[in-house]
Ligand binder design. Structure first.
Ligand code: SIN
Length: 546
């Protein structure tokens, strides 16, 4: 037996039709839909059992503030065509309209399904859904809940539904379960190995969905919860899947500024600007004047860059969101108000200090429009996936929408694969992986691979990453750190390869944008990160899985 293989009697083994790794909007939607269709579903989540009152929540879904961008059929002020045009405008030439169109088309049906499961969105006196505006949107199309607590409402509705479903359907959740490997046999996915409270376990299943969220903790400060450690990217790459557009890390223009603070920081929703908040510098001058016709509501990459520029030019460590024109701010934005108060500040003072913060991974595991990756039986949905909707810069509030739609589509794929026999793949124990200490990694990424990059900085990080020795994954944190290290390696490789500025990837040494937009794809081949041809790979994924 190879050194890092386990004998069967040392591990706990179970069987399922469908394993979902992650419990945010995409994962829970997929799990519930698949269970309702009769599949035996297992959900693996890293954190403790969900509870609405926990101070730190595990999913990025819970922390989403602004809302869900969605067009209701028959709305005279909006259309899917207009939503698509805004999505393409933000995506900087890399949004794939062949993928984006069907996702946006399915938006209303997916949101209606969620409402049917009990989600309550803010409504006006006549019962109509209230809508706000965010960066890059040409109209008010973003529905919201609890003012700025949309993600919390979505998470609650899904968790309630899960609790009810688990009484009558074959759906089981495992908490504190850290996925360590995707199991494969004869090129097919056959299950997942995971570690739960120090014990190695396996679920055999013909279909596995990665819905693990993003990678915000590549950076010292982020709007993401602590579990956003790029786990799905590492699992997918090690299983032979392909990742794409990884250099496009979206920095939200307005993360609460607290001198020297690390880890998850409070987001100040773009909807604050949609309701009249204005970005000003330390002297009270507007930050985006003359930058873009949409001003403070320009696409996120534009506003984040304007904020970064003003901070650099002024020598002051932050800019401010002037919210004095927003009537009864604490009622409309209770989540922001609480986050600001937790930092010892008071929103009623009218000026909230903000900086750009790592917020969203626009690229990810390359999938087709149904969530299939290049590995048969391995699916990806939500932030971990790169469907082609977000391109080089995600349009605000398109992420919950994508998670809902792609969760449903992934469930349909899993249902179609029902009955396939999951073979007995060898369970690789979490082995030895290059693992950079987290603080060192975050500091390097924040210094050289953030909003602005250049060859020297990227080369320095690439060299440091290439010298990192392998380390055994003894603790759950080691597994996360190895995932962050591998993901940083791909982000840096993609950023070095892209010698142009586009979307949320700005090369100060290559300020131009190439006339031709091209997605960059990477895979793990013979122990090496290797760039592969995107169009070929996409074509291969689009071929129906046998
Ligand atoms: C926000 O409320 O500004 C965040 C919404 C998003 O990231 O799409």
């Amino acid at each position: 037996m190879a050194q890092n293989e386990m004998s069967r009697d040392q591990r706990d083994e179970t069987r399922a039709d469908f394993v979902v790794v992650g419990a945010g909007v995409a994962g829970l939607t997929a799990a519930l839909r698949a269970a309702e269709a009769g599949l035996r579903v297992v959900i693996l989540t890293k954190g403790p059992a969900w509870h609405p009152d926990r101070a730190e929540q595990a999913t990025s879904t819970f922390y989403a503030q602004g809302g869900i961008a969605v067009v209701e059929p028959g709305d005279p002020t909006d259309s899917v065509d207009l939503h698509l045009a805004d999505t393409l405008g933000a995506g900087a030439g890399l949004t794939d309209s062949r993928i984006a169109r069907p996702i946006l088309d399915d938006g209303w049906s997916a949101v209606s399904g969620l409402i049917g499961w009990g989600a309550e969105f803010d409504r006006g006196p006549g019962g109509d859904l209230l809508r706000t505006r965010e960066g890059g949107h040409s109209v008010r199309r973003i529905i919201h809940a609890g003012g700025d607590a949309t993600g919390a409402q979505v998470q609650r509705a899904l968790e309630r539904r899960l609790r009810a479903a688990s009484r009558s359907l074959a759906i089981t959740g495992h908490d504190d379960a850290v996925a360590t490997a995707i199991l494969r046999a004869n090129g097919q996915t056959v299950g997942v190995a995971y570690r739960q409270r120090g014990r190695e376990r396996v679920v055999h299943a013909p279909t596995v969905l990665l819905a693990t969220g993003g990678s915000g903790h590549l950076y010292a400060a982020t709007t993401n919860p602590s579990g956003a450690t790029a786990d799905g990217i590492a699992l997918a790459l090690r299983a032979g899947a392909v990742v794409a557009d990884m250099e496009f890390i979206q920095f939200h223009p307005t993360m609460l500024f607290v001198e020297g603070a690390r880890g998850r920081r409070t987001l100040i929703s773009e909807a604050v600007r949609g309701e009249g908040g204005r970005l000003v510098d330390v002297d009270g001058d507007p930050v985006t004047a003359g930058v873009h016709p949409m001003g403070d509501l320009a696409p996120r990459d534009v506003v984040a860059d304007a904020v970064e520029t003003r901070i650099a030019d002024s020598g002051h460590p932050c800019v401010y969101l002037d919210v004095r024109s927003i009537a009864d701010f604490p009622t409309r934005f209770p989540t922001v108000t609480e986050g600001v108060a937790d930092a010892g500040l008071d929103v009623t003072a009218g000026l909230i200090p903000v900086v750009p913060g790592a917020h969203y991974q626009c690229g990810g595991v390359l999938t087709d429009v149904d969530g299939r990756t290049a590995v048969p039986g391995l699916l990806a949905a939500g932030e971990v996936a790169r469907t082609g909707l977000h391109g080089g810069n995600r349009l605000a509030s398109n992420s919950l929408l994508e998670g809902l739609v792609m969760g449903r589509r992934a469930a349909a794929v899993a249902v179609g694969r029902r009955g396939r026999r999951a073979g007995e793949g060898a369970a690789a124990m979490p082995g030895m992986h290059p693992t950079m200490p987290r603080k060192e990694l975050q500091d390097s990424m924040s210094r050289s691979v953030a909003l602005r990059r250049d060859a020297d900085g990227l080369d320095r990080v690439a060299t440091a990453l290439s010298r990192i020795p392998d380390r055994a994954a003894i603790t759950d944190t080691d597994i996360e750190d190895a995932a962050l290290t591998l993901t940083a390696t791909v982000v840096v490789a993609a950023a070095r390869a892209r010698t142009e500025s586009r979307g949320c990837h700005t090369r100060i040494d290559h300020p131009h944008t190439d006339p031709q937009a091209r997605t960059r794809c990477f895979g793990w081949l013979d122990g090496e990160l290797t760039e592969c041809d995107g169009s070929e790979t996409i074509t291969r994924i689009h071929v129906p899985v046998p």
